[in-house]
Design a protein around this ligand. Sequence first.
Ligand code: PRP
Ligand code: URA
Length: 208
Amino acid sequence: MAEVHISTHPLVQHKVALLRDRRTDPKKFRELLREIAVLLAYEATADLATEEVEVVTPLGRASGRRLKERVGLVPILRAGLGLVEGIWNLMPNAEVWHIGLRRDERTLEPVEYYSRLPVSPTVDVCLVLDPMLATGGSAVAAVNILKRWGARRIKFVGVIAAEEGVRHLTTVHPDVPLYLAVAGEVLNDDGYIVPGLGDAGDRLFGTG
Ligand code: PRP
Ligand code: URA
């Protein structure tokens, strides 16, 4: 059974309420998404492997630890891009691999339009980034692409999830843990999360 982590951190909840607010403009929306991404990534990376390292301080030798695993950030275009920058600042050595998926407006099925991964995996852990998990079709498709590529450890980092999307992703990929800020919302007839936050890509890029 997949792990589903819902952040209870007060800062996450505070920022998500602002993010959802219809009065939040694209500049503020981008800023909040970047900050929420950092807080969720802090939780999603809590089990990354480290190895011992020795450093020389101005006063002597100190033992410490450094990240052992190579991390790949995999934003699902477009809205997933809003989660990249903050996490990348935390882990500047992470590789960023883009997957382009758009939902067909009628069928709600994901349509792949961009994916250029190297021949074999160059990272140990992939964080799939997308603020919205609605039907779950896009997340499932992105994980399918990464698994076909050969990725073995994959985590999903999202902000708002519908119950249906969580069920879909955890059923098809029970080995992929989810890190979310809000879950349990419903879908309307157009496949939008209610109350959700509207169209994340449009609010992020000011295209709505
Ligand atoms: C949105 C969102 C997810 C997807 C979620 O992207 O960012 O990728 O919908 O829906 P699903 O769980 O039902 O697949 P959209 O297709 O609108 O593209 P965009 O990010 O380019 O706006
Ligand atoms: N994609 C969005 O951006 N918002 C939703 O509510 C559902 C899918």
